[in-house]
Design a protein around this ligand. Sequence first.
Ligand code: ADP
Length: 181
Amino acid sequence: MKTIRIIKGDITQVAVDAIVNAANTSLLGGGGVDGAIHRKGGAEILEECQKIRAKQGGCGVGEAVVTTAGNLPAQYVIHTVGPTWRKGENNEAILLENAYRNSFKLAESLQLKTVAFPNISTGVYRFPKQAAAQVALRTICEELNKGQSVQEVIFVCFDDENLKIYQEIKADFLSQDIEIM
Ligand code: ADP
């Protein structure tokens, strides 16, 4: 039985194999959760991001790359880039799905067991929270069912609004193979 856990908190304090960062395409840090991760994780994370930039020029929307987690309690940071909401007319839902899916697949390829996600794109990028939560839960349930390695995904909600939405819709995603708590 695999597990999805919905909690309220600060993702920089979560001790899992990997936390996911809602980064931007530059990988050079920004505000919101990205700023918090770089601030608390230390310079090592940015150094590895700069190496990735030198090699492949950043990270595309919906893609994911991995670095050390520096001083954070996690082992790795998986940096993904969610879409900026532009009236929903620019493939935003697909791009958000890709961000969750590619982050999960990267965790699988590293043979990780536990991964924590923030509510990607629902801050500065203004993706409507309810729709974003649907995409997040649907995509992660699909991937947990297909995957081998990852046993537990934690959705770390930073604001009460996201927490309430996840709590409200989780019943729609219950199955025999995944418990949602
Ligand atoms: P984006 O640009 O993808 O919208 P933001 O960082 O602005 O990224 O917001 C994404 C989500 O991360 C928002 O729901 C925001 O409330 C949340 N967030 C901000 N700081 C933290 C944190 N320390 N831990 C977890 N989530 C956070």
